[in-house]
Design a protein around this ligand. Structure first.
Ligand code: ASP
Ligand code: MG
Length: 440
């Protein structure tokens, strides 16, 4: 079984949706097709939900009207026959009746999450009818029948796998199974989601749950690149990555993948392939457990980082100090990315300032606290790079002109991370592109 996941831009125009039907058809074997919402839909649903939570029903209705028009135009181009156009119209009007029903009621966070799920529900239904029109043997398998998260919002892989077994064996003769990305049920059995960009995660959870042959993530670029093409002029696609390299890159800024995607795939050793719907011949990127060692693969950056420095003479030769510091972050459900220590101080970074004020307050009991906002993490990735001689030199030579606020190396052999003020981010990415890859 193959998992083929298509993102918002791959289904965002009627001709693109037709194109992916062809791609699915021309791929041999059985597959589970995971779809995102049409591009722009989840953003529109977010804005409808925000307006409703703020009690602004009229503003919400304006966005609903625009979105509905978008879908009405979409189906006119998607379906070829009057009969299927009528089915499409029925689907669109049914969803918009439901969206307005949600909007008219007492709108709370639960209704909001239900609203967010409508994007993937409608895109998969429209696609399913499109393949029906083309007489492809396919079925729609609702993600809400098997995809779930626990009270800590962690996917329940074992349960997902148990639920999928009978569902899939009942569809034994079907070539194409279509399901929704992103949406799931939470521990209260309510409709929830895997956070923005979560359709990739759905694909890898399904692929891992059923030990698929391969998880394919189809987007609109040809795989991972060695650097951020919005910031540096020249980038090169990377054909092979290890799971470790790919998770570092996804986590530290490569926008192409939801950061958790690699975790289940790595656990069950299912290869993840990144492919381009605009250029299906392009090789893309294959992510597996094997890799070539010792060369730089890519650089990624993550903005919006806050560095916190705790200076305390009580740390001197004390034990348990770091545990108490980390506990403060744990109590505030705030995860730490980078950590550096000296004998009397520790610096660490977070990417979520929601609880910063209370974290700062609690840390004060340990010593002097300094907070630097607007930092950027630059992450340099390559299989076992820190085990090779001279690799760190190359990095620091390239960055000679940039003040580095923190440096992390040795946590994993596959990456070196530095923290810079955001004003140096673009320059650092360009200097590394030239210094490590010879690209100008
Ligand atoms: N539709 C959701 C989003 O825009 C999930 C996804 O596309 O992966 O975030
Ligand atoms: Mg995405």
């Amino acid at each position: 079984m193959l998992i083929m996941k298509f993102g918002g831009t791959s289904v965002g125009k009627p001709e693109r949706m037709k194109k992916i039907a062809e791609l699915v058809l021309s791929t041999p074997g059985k597959k589970i097709v995971v779809l995102s919402a049409l591009s722009g839909t989840t953003n529109a649903l977010v804005s409808i939900g925000e307006h409703l939570l703020a009690g602004q029903k009229a503003k919400a209705e304006e966005v609903i009207v625009d979105l509905e028009k978008h879908y009405e135009a979409f189906i006119k181009e998607l379906y070829g026959s009057e009969a299927f156009l009528a089915i499409g119209q029925e689907i669109v009007s049914r969803y918009f009746i439901f969206i307005r029903l949600l909007a008219a009621g007492q709108f709370d966070n639960k209704s909001y999450r239900e609203l967010l799920a409508q994007g993937e529900l409608i895109s998969t239904e429209l696609f399913y009818q499109h393949v029906q029109e083309r007489k492809i043997s396919a079925r729609l398998l609702p993600a809400l029948y098997f995809m779930s998260i626990d009270e800590n919002e962690e996917p329940e892989l074992e349960k997902i796998s148990e639920r999928l077994k009978p569902l899939l064996s009942s569809l034994n003769n079907i070539e194409v199974i279509i399901t929704q990305g992103y949406i799931c049920r939470n521990h209260r059995n309510e409709i929830d989601n895997l956070k923005r960009g979560g359709s990739d995660y759905t694909a890898s959870l399904i692929g891992s749950a059923i030990r698929a042959e391969e998880i394919q993530i189809w987007t609109d670029i040809d795989g991972m690149h060695n650097n951020d093409p919005r910031i540096v002029k020249k980038t090169i696609p990377i054909s092979e990555l290890t799971f470790d390299e790919a998770s570092e890159l996804a986590y530290f800024g490569a926008k192409i993948l939801h950061p958790s995607t690699i975790v289940p795939a790595q656990k069950y050793n299912v290869p993840v392939r990144l492919k381009n719907t605009m250029d299906e011949k392009a090789f893309g990127t294959i992510i597996t457990s094997k890799g070539t060692e010792g060369s730089f693969k890519a650089i990624a950056a993550k903005d919006g980082i806050t560095a916190i420095n705790i200076k305390s003479s009580r740390m001197l030769m004390a034990y348990g100090f770091l545990r108490r510091v980390f506990e403060v972050f744990e109590n505030h459900k705030t995860s730490i990315d980078m950590v550096t220590t000296s004998e009397v101080a520790v610096s660490l970074t977070i990417d979520n300032n929601t609880h910063l004020a209370s974290i700062e307050n609690e840390l004060k009991k340990f010593g002097n606290i300094e907070v630097d906002k607007d930092q950027a993490i630059i992450c340099i990735v390559g299989n076992k790079i820190t085990e090779q001689k001279g690799m760190l030199n190359k990095i620091f030579d390239a960055l000679a002109e940039i003040p580095l606020r923190m440096i992390c190396s040795g946590g994993s052999p596959n990456n070196v991370t530095v923290l810079v003020h955001k004003q140096y981010k673009n320059k650092a990415l360009n200097l590394l592109n030239e210094g490590l890859f010879g690209l100008k």
